[in-house]
Design a protein around this ligand. Structure first.
Ligand code: 5RP
Length: 270
């Protein structure tokens, strides 16, 4: 368990830059992720882990990669359906093991009509994770009710996920995020959410989340919907692993934009 977690959360910094590309499981061919392989390949060398479904893993990720896989195993709803919250486990643990997942991920929908079923699924997944030494990432999803993104709601959802046994939790950044961190006894990573207006906004989000105690990001759209996705992920790395300020990250971004293969101050696979 610890060894797998250490492949994702790098012991050298205690932090992680996870690349989220699982959006298609409920959003279909999302903008800039229409052809997953094209989006993923240039970014993979700079990711500490890739979060995806088995469909994208099978079709669009080179099996020779050594980047750890965080396999999304829940699904069951779509953006055009009645609700986003009606999810269940759709990928078996056996398949996750066969696919050499370093961790498995599942969404919980606290406070919705599907709270019970998604929390029960989390418990069952943790039971299997404990059997086989595979960590579970609980995603505190918010469905269509984005107004629930406050410290009280996210703190509740993250704490419940940790109490059920999630080994790490993915949530959203919010005002008073420190309170969410304080109430959650397992590591937290933050999603980026929909593409922000500027790169600077995304750097601020990552910076403030780390400053408040998140151990990293599990970011998607703010990286690969940027005009310069590689420059974006390498600059986010500077914040997450090297303590860069927002200004330093912006400078790194401007530099990286000019370079085909950005130089990193630290090797991403360490
Ligand atoms: C959806 C997810 C996504 O992976 C998550 O939202 C991260 O991507 P983004 O940074 O684009 O929000 O788990 O439930």
């Amino acid at each position: 368990m610890k060894n797998r977690l250490s492949r994702i959360i790098k012991p050298s910094s205690g932090h992680a830059v996870m690349l989220a590309v699982d959006h298609g499981y409920f959003m279909g061919p999302t903008h800039k992720l229409e052809e997953p392989r094209k989006t993923i390949e240039p970014l993979l060398p700079y990711a500490d882990a890739i979060m995806c479904t088995r469909g994208v893993l099978r079709t669009s990720v080179d099996p020779k990669t050594s980047v750890p896989i965080v396999l999304r195993v829940s699904a069951g709803a779509s953006v055009i359906g009645e609700t986003l919250t009606n999810e269940a486990t759709t990928t078996s643990f056996r398949d996750a093991i066969r696919l050499n997942a370093a961790a498995v991920a599942l969404s919980i929908f606290v406070g919705t009509q599907h709270e019970h079923q998604t929390l029960k699924s989390l418990g069952q997944l943790v039971n299997l994770g404990e059997d086989y030494g595979i960590p579970v990432l609980a995603v505190t999803a918010v469905g269509k009710e984005l107004e629930k993104r406050d410290a009280r709601y996210l703190g509740l959802a993250c704490r419940i996920a940790a109490e059920i046994g999630a080994h790490f939790v993915k949530t959203y950044f919010c005002e008073d995020f420190g309170k969410v961190v304080k109430g959650c006894p397992v590591p937290l990573v933050v999603a980026g959410g929909p593409k922000l207006e500027t790169e600077l906004d995304a750097f601020e989000l990552a910076h403030d989340a780390i400053a408040d105690g998140a151990i990293g990001v599990d970011m998607g759209r703010n990286i690969w919907q940027s005009e310069y996705p590689v420059a974006m992920i390498t600059s986010i790395r500077e914040i997450v692993h090297n303590g860069a300020s927002v200004r330093e990250a912006q400078q790194a971004f401007e530099e990286a934009k000019k370079t085909k293969t950005p130089i990193l101050t630290k090797n991403p696979v360490m």
